[in-house]
Design a protein around this ligand. Sequence first.
Ligand code: RB5
Length: 147
Amino acid sequence: MRIAIGSDHGGFELKEELKKFLKTEGYEVTDFGTNSSESVDYPYLTFNAAKSVANKENQFGIFICGSGVGASIVANKVHGIRAALCYNEEIARLSREHNNANFLCLGGRFLDKQEAFKIVNVWLKTSFSGGRHEKRVAQIEEIEKKN
Ligand code: RB5
């Protein structure tokens, strides 16, 4: 499975750790930056990672900024992206089962490495439930087309 990953300075260290973890788990990871802990603006970094998911170059995307909020705002502006800001495993699971989220946003300043790994793991391993949630996700796509 191909995964786009990215961060700003607020998530850089966690991104580097996560990259290693994902590779060990057998995922193919493309890193959209940033490449150091120096302060950098997250919007275009997030946009590039999200675009690669919308274009189907990658199946899923993960972006870590300080809080995860900025990244989720940006990613959700890209057509085809359903970004979820997840702070625990339960929300991560629900965002896949109910919302078919394809972009995970994390707050690098609010999660330790082990918590982040657990969230990512459950998020990547959970499938969309479909059923009653199908038409809700279809409505999201409908709304997207109206814009
Ligand atoms: C950067 O200081 C911080 O604002 C950014 O990482 C993110 O938390 C924005 O939502």
